[in-house]
Design a protein around this ligand. Structure first.
Ligand SMILES: [Zn+2]
Length: 103
């Protein structure tokens, strides 16, 4: 598990340039991980967030808050996601299925 908490910190500071820079850093890390996961059968890579911060509006270029929001966040996976995965609160069941599935 890898976390980039600096994106959250930049969101709390309403720092759009910081969010962009940290998102690029995360993208580089995900690319590095993806190369390795693709070489290891049975491994999965999931990329998500526990929440959105700042409520940045890309149309107006303005932030809505300095706190966390309830906006949906992306969930990307190298494995098919189960149909029963409706929102972020279902993620723990998907991870449990991945971790404890019979080999
Ligand atoms: Zn936070």
């Amino acid at each position: 598990m890898v976390e980039n908490g600096l994106i959250d910190a930049a969101g709390h500071n309403n720092d759009a340039a910081g969010i962009e820079a940290e998102t690029r850093n995360l993208g580089e890390t995900v690319g590095w991980l993806l190369e390795r996961v693709q070489r290891k059968p049975g491994m999965a890579l999931l990329v998500t967030a526990d929440h959105e911060t700042g409520g940045f509006d890309s149309l107006t270029g303005a932030f809505q808050t300095k706190g966390h929001t309830t906006r949906p966040v992306a969930l990307l996976s190298t494995r098919p996601l189960p149909v029963s995965l409706n929102d972020q609160t279902d993620l723990h069941r998907f991870l449990k299925e991945l971790l404890f599935a019979p080999k």
